[in-house]
Design a protein around this ligand. Structure first.
Ligand SMILES: Nc1ncnc2c1ncn2[C@@H]1O[C@H](COP(=O)(O)OP(=O)(O)OP(=O)(O)O)[C@@H](O)[C@H]1O
Ligand SMILES: [Mg+2]
Length: 244
């Protein structure tokens, strides 16, 4: 569903991503791990169109989409969340979804069709998927952090994506909360037969929830395989797991 072929990106003297190839199939859950600064977010930015690659191609659902804008990619079925949550804090949880749904559908807002009546049913359906229905009328700015991450997940599901990229979907949440968050995200992706690619620093979450793991170190994929194979890989242990 999503394929990267030889992606590369340099920022000045920093080779952030070096010749990265990977693929995620429909319904598959791929974890991208690696130390801070390994290039995970940059790779997401290359896949989702926020950054243009110096080299390499991106294919989405069989089409070469290299260089497409984030908006064009979103309309072709690629959704992403950001490492730092990006929600409208003064709006309610439901309104955040309504704005995203209206924006995705290119619906024009007019004074006779206020936000209050826009896409309420679709918004509530996505909130139920993210297990946020009970907080629909809360201002997003007062949510607990785990609920902000759930809102981000709901926002990433706008437009029935074929590929969902989640950059640290559990970052900043309590360890006890992480498995629940991941289960919700994976159930939502599988229900849509979407490909899910996520980054994560908590190895318990990675090894429990991923079908496959790719390890990035200094911009390069140094290993990729099942969670069991990755856990046992001495190269990975040296480069990453050993540092805790
Ligand atoms: N816009 C930019 N300009 C200059 N350097 C950048 C830019 N974005 C990223 N970098 C550099 O590229 C490298 C990879 O950063 P990136 O944010 O992709 O890592 P990461 O794996 O997501 O790290 P983390 O786990 O901390 O989120 C780092 O050295 C970073 O400083
Ligand atoms: Mg990052």
């Amino acid at each position: 569903m999503l394929e990267a072929i030889g992606l590369a990106k340099r920022f000045g003297g920093v080779e952030a991503v070096v010749d990265v190839s990977l693929h995620v199939a429909a319904g598959e859950v791929l974890a991208l791990i690696g130390p801070n600064g390994a290039g995970k977010t940059t790779l997401f930015n290359l896949l989702a169109g926020q950054v243009t690659p110096d080299r390499g191609r991106v294919h989405l659902a069989g089409q070469d989409v290299t260089g497409w804008t984030p908006r064009a990619l979103a309309h072709h079925g690629l959704a992403r969340s950001f490492q730092i949550p990006d929600v409208f804090r003064s709006m309610t949880v439901r309104e955040n979804l309504q704005v995203a749904l209206a924006s995705h559908a290119d619906r024009l807002w007019r004074f006779w069709s206020p936000l209050a009546t826009t896409a309420v049913a679709e918004a509530d359906c996505l909130l139920a998927t993210a297990e946020l229905g009970h907080l629909a009328d809360q201002a997003a700015g007062v949510l607990a952090y785990g609920d902000v991450k759930r809102l981000e997940l709901a926002l990433a599901l706008v437009g029935e994506p074929r590929v969902v990229l989640l950059d640290e979907p559990t970052a900043g949440t309590a360890p006890a909360e992480r498995a629940g968050l991941m289960r919700t995200a994976i159930a939502a992706a599988r229900a849509r037969d979407a490909a899910l690619l996520f980054t994560e620093h908590d190895m318990d979450v990675v090894f429990e929830h991923a079908d496959r793991v790719a390890v990035l170190d200094a911009g390069r994929i140094i290993a990729s395989g099942t969670p069991e194979a990755i856990r046992a890989d001495p190269v990975v242990q040296r480069a990453y797991l050993g540092h805790g």
